[in-house]
Ligand binder design. Structure first.
Ligand code: NCD
Length: 306
């Protein structure tokens, strides 16, 4: 694997391989000194044109735990503000001698552009509304940890699917691993076409919940919405928000997930986010080990360094 741009590049076998390697890095993360020399001498740069808490910090921590050098590029304090183009920015960074570029951008396709321009490995950390493959990988890993396998699992992906790169990557990954996915959203928050999406679609969350093993909630992405897609947030919450009352419609052991950042009180009630059946903090914790596995597989050290 030279780059990680899309979940489709991996396929089911590739996802399984990342999960296997992740197992050994979870073990590393539990050590008193959670660091291995696997990527010593390698340099990993984060180039984030959009805000991020989890993704950015966990890539950085992952690289550090593998003993790579890390650099963080912040658009607001860079020459992008002086008008430097994406291409020149990428080439300037690569000229310093880097091994991997972790890129997030508000436009779909930017990681592919970067991969075409550069020789180093490129990791897609979220491109516009398009894909977010490492989120999908950490979510698959979290579900596999909770239930052993995704085969036959019924997953409802609920909310602002239209603007969600997480939904795209996760639907691909979940279905590749054998899960059945139902998308639940008001019609205005669905993409214009779902042709080719291996999913069922519903506008009725209450009707779906009884047949659901996992509810995967998406954030209402107001910053990406250029028009009023909902009568009001209150109405959205009334029909699609996961409250503890609604949770009673679900099987007793059904799980709750959210990629973060959460809007507590909108797509998820504050108390639901903190229930033991909520995997939200486990998703974040697993994100570090999953990203260690991705960087390790890309920067190709001989196994044994771990
Ligand atoms: C998501 C993102 O930025 O794509 N967050 C994340 O990476 N965990 C989802 C979101 O912004 O709603």
């Amino acid at each position: 694997m030279k780059h990680l741009l899309s979940i489709s590049d991996l396929g089911a076998d590739g996802i399984e391989e990342v999960m296997r390697v992740t197992d050994s890095f979870v073990e590393v993360s539990e050590r008193a000194i959670p660091r291995v020399p696997a990527l010593r001498g390698k340099t990993v740069v984060s180039l984030f044109y959009e805000e991020s808490t989890r993704t950015r910090l966990s890539f950085e921590l992952a690289a550090k735990r593998l003993s790579a050098d890390t650099m963080n590029f912040t658009v607001s304090s860079s020459s992008v503000k002086k008008g430097e183009s994406l291409r020149d920015t990428c080439q300037t960074i690569e000229a310093m001698g880097i091994d991997a570029l972790v890129v997030r951008h508000s436009s779909a396709g930017v990681p592919w552009q970067a991969a075409a321009w550069l020789d180093c490995a490129v990791v897609n950390a979220g491109d516009g509304w398009h894909e977010h493959p490492t989120q999908a990988l950490l979510d698959c890993y979290t579900l596999r940890g909770a239930r052993g396998s995704l085969e036959g699992m019924r997953i409802a992906v609920v909310g602002d699917v239209k603007h969600s790169r997480v939904a795209r990557s996760n639907v691909l990954a979940f279905t590749m691993l054998g899960a059945e996915v139902t998308i639940v959203a008001p019609p205005t928050l669905l993409p214009p076409s779902l042709d080719g999406w291996p999913v069922e679609v519903s506008h009725d969350l209450d009707g779906v919940l009884a047949k659901t093993d996992v509810v995967y909630l998406l954030r209402m992405q107001a910053e990406r919405q250029s028009e009023a897609l909902l009568p009001s947030l209150r109405e959205y919450t009334a029909r699609y928000g996961l409250t503890s009352k609604r949770m009673r419609l679900m099987p007793d052991d059904a799980l709750v997930m959210h990629p973060g950042p959460m809007n507590r009180g909108v797509e998820i009630a504050a108390d639901v986010a903190d229930l033991p059946r909520s995997l939200i903090t486990r998703q974040v914790a697993n994100g570090v080990a999953v990203r260690m596995a991705v960087l390790f597989l890309l920067l190709g050290q001989v196994p044994g360094g771990a």
